[in-house]
Design a protein around this ligand. Structure first.
Ligand code: SAM
Length: 230
């Protein structure tokens, strides 16, 4: 196995959400470590590695070639879900990006989701917008994971199709399943977030021109966090 010294626990965890009979697309694949690792672990998986940038696209092709996986992983250059056809894959992974970007990739490619049974999202920021977008597209979290690696806390959302399942704003923000579990890592993340919000509020309140609407919004966020980590 070549080039796998760098594979992170984060990517290994994401790999567990791909079943052995799946064909999946890894959007924003960079080195294609994730699809290569999965295909080497699970000999019946097929994958598409999508990349919008030329450099990472070339790196992805190199990893796939070095691991002799060209018959199972297709590397494609393109923006978001434009690299997949309507019924080509069962699952989509979008990992290691900001939540806003993940949400816009999903929204822009909404017409490609008809045959998708599972979406695995790992936003580096703003899980709220990812869960809200998934919900609007008819997907709800069936599994959520929070983990820490190299001083970063990562959230993973495994979503499957379920229409008419209500989720509220608080569940978008904290994750419905993470909220039930309240693991030590979850408490650590939200304690840090509370400190950030307190700092921002402090700065905003010191300002001569106060943005009352924004202050109210941050105060609401603070109340929610304090209720949850209490
Ligand atoms: N998914 C890998 C991971 O989790 O380790 C790589 C994450 S890397 C930080 C983000 C990658 O997404 C970059 O290689 C970037 O070029 C790619 N990317 C950003 N926007 C994209 C888009 N709209 N469509 C496809 N790829 C995109």
């Amino acid at each position: 196995m070549k080039n796998f010294k760098q594979i992170s626990e984060r990517l290994k965890q994401i790999a567990t959400y791909i079943d052995s009979d799946m064909c999946f697309a890894d959007i924003g694949s960079d080195h294609a470590y994730l699809p290569s690792y999965i295909c080497l672990q699970k000999p019946t998986v097929q994958a598409i590695a999508g990349e919008v940038s030329k450099g990472p696209y070339e790196r992805a092709k190199q990893t796939v070639e070095e691991n002799e996986l060209t018959d199972r992983i297709q590397v494609r250059l393109g923006n978001g879900l434009e690299v997949i056809e309507q019924d080509e894959v069962d699952a989509i992974v979008i990992a290691g990006m900001g939540g806003g970007l993940i949400a816009s990739i999903l929204k822009d490619g909404a017409h490609k989701l008809e045959h998708i049974t599972r979406i695995i999202a790992q936003p580096n920021t703003n899980g709220y917008i990812v869960r809200k977008t998934l919900h609007e597209l008819g997907f709800i979290p069936i599994k959520e994971q929070i983990m820490e690696e190299n001083n970063h806390i990562y959230e993973m959302i495994v979503a499957e199709r379920e229409e008419n399942h209500p989720l509220d704003e608080k569940q978008y923000m904290f994750g419905p399943l993470l909220l039930q579990e309240k693991s030590p890592t979850f408490i650590k993340k939200w304690t840090k977030e509370r400190d950030k919000v307190l700092y921002i509020l402090n700065q905003m309140n010191k300002s001569t021109e106060k943005d009352v609407e924004k202050i109210n919004q941050y105060e609401k966020t603070l109340r929610w966090i304090e209720e949850v980590i209490r």
